[in-house]
Design a protein around this ligand. Structure first.
Ligand code: DLL
Length: 440
């Protein structure tokens, strides 16, 4: 595997003295809070309720005086209620799936697209990217931020950008091979699938030019990194982001592969105890909370990501000074990320409960088989249906499968089980069994 050269896209910012960086963060935070207070009714109401005024933000630690923002706020204010800019100044909408099937959307001004592009440019450069590269973008293009986000960053660094979007393994490999792609951007699980398909599709791995890749959008482990690096003989880098903040590039790995540098000139990261909402020190595992400090379209104040990780301020060998976040260890809510798609148990429940003949008792079994996420939906048949014909049972299975495919967008295997066979709970029902063991 080739060693990645330690290239830095914006050394002035990425290697900034931490005191200077903090001063920059404070002035940007103050501007953002003022903007939100003046332009977004929800922020003003919440700040008024807490008795906080923009002038009260005098130091960075005053951020804890500010109210939190949650995914439910984006749903309640859907689509434009949280805009701080005039609608005419929004140049892009991106989104991700939500519980009701309605996406959560975020509006970006030209400034926000620029900020995001710079963040991805930094990420790709950190992974060794530059003008001489051919970058295959295999994240989905559309409302999902992966495709367009990686595309913008790849174009910005002057690479030859190949907008493949997701899927069609054969074509992905053909293009990768024929164009001589040097970098790949996709979900880690799809990277493994692609890697495993190289030989199956009759290619010789030595004929590929790939040297590195930026993988993210779903949780993955060091074991998966090793597997991807082995399959392609490349360096595999982690990249993190979320639609509400900016899409991919909010944080990215450098050649040290020791956590992801958070673009702290654009966001302030906090780690909180998800139970008490109290700030935790660096090194402690907690919920990641972001405040954007340069966004003008839909700025986010203390946005609860529900992602669990640690932060470190320790010096990194690459020379960058920005705080690093560790791998995402899990989420505080019930959202599952299956093959890069956000899946809420409630979406599946909606499908199940529309089908006659099934009881409202189900369980989702998520696993990782041959490095690909699988979802099995176990659902009980009603007593009547249980004694019915095989044809009827088959019909139910198909109906559920199709329903999940259309509402959630992923294929699931359906296991119809006898009445009363799924364990009942006296408290909260345990709907999900995640066997992927993403703990490191
Ligand atoms: O997944 C943005 C993205 C695209 C990141 C491509 C990286 C690469 P959303 O669809 O809004 O945005 O989903 C955001 O995905 O809160 C995490 O739970 C999860 N996630 C994203 N990146 C990582 C990662 C994009 N590197 C949600 N590791 C986040 C673990 C990740 N989880």
């Amino acid at each position: 595997m080739k060693v990645t050269e330690n290239k830095i896209y914006n050394p002035e910012i990425e290697c900034m003295d931490r005191d200077e960086l903090k001063a920059l963060q404070l002035s940007r935070l103050q501007e953002t809070v003022k903007l939100c207070y003046e332009r977004v009714p929800l922020y003003r109401q919440r700040m008024d309720a807490l008795g906080v005024k923009p002038e009260d933000i005098k130091t960075l630690s005053d951020i804890t005086k500010l109210p939190f923002t949650n995914k439910t706020d984006l749903r309640d204010e859907f689509p434009f209620g949280l805009l701080a800019a005039d609608k005419k100044d929004i140049v892009r909408i991106q989104g991700s799936s939500g519980t009701t099937g309605k996406p959560i959307v975020s509006g970006y001004t030209a400034n926000d697209v620029e900020v995001w592009t710079e963040m991805v440019a930094r990420s790709l450069t950190a992974a060794g990217g530059g003008q001489d590269d051919i970058i295959q973008v295999t994240y989905g293009y559309g409302l999902f931020t992966g495709g367009l986000g990686a595309h913008q960053g790849a174009t910005r660094i002057g690479a030859m950008t190949v907008p493949m979007s997701a899927g069609n393994t054969q074509r992905q490999l053909m293009m990768m091979h024929d164009l001589g792609a040097t970098m790949l951007c996709c979900t880690p699980s799809y990277a493994i699938f692609l890697g495993e398909s190289i030989r199956e599709m009759g290619y010789d791995p030595k004929e590929f030019q790939l040297k590195s890749g930026c993988f993210g959008a779903e949780p993955w482990t060091e074991e998966m990194r090793n597997k991807i690096e082995e399959l392609f003989d490349i360096n595999a880098y982690n990249i993190y982001g979320l639609t509400e903040i900016a899409g991919p590039g909010v944080a990215y790995e450098c050649p040290a592969k020791a956590g992801m540098h958070i673009n702290e000139d654009h966001v302030i990261a906090e780690i909180l105890d998800p139970e008490t909402d109290e700030p935790l020190p660096y090194g402690a595992r907690g919920e990641l909370v972001f405040t954007t400090i340069t966004k003008t379209g839909m700025p986010m104040i203390r946005y609860r990501t529900h992602d669990l990780c640690t932060l470190t301020e320790e010096k990194c060998s690459c020379g960058r000074t920005h705080v690093r976040m560790g791998r995402i260890m899990g989420r505080t809510d019930d959202m599952l990320v299956i093959r890069g798609v956000n899946v809420f148990p409630s979406q599946i429940e909606t499908v199940l409960l529309r089908v006659a003949g099934v009881a409202p008792h189900y369980q989702l079994i998520v696993d990782r088989v041959n490095s690909t996420d699988t979802l099995e939906v176990q659902v009980e048949l009603t007593e009547e249906m249980f004694s019915d014909t095989v044809a009827d049972v088959e019909r139910i299975r198909d109906e559920i499968k199709e329903g999940i495919k259309s509402v959630v967008g992923i294929a699931a295997s359906i296991k119809l089980v006898p009445p009363k066979s799924i364990q009942r709970s006296e408290g909260k029902a345990k709907r999900t069994i995640d066997k992927r063991g993403l703990t490191n």
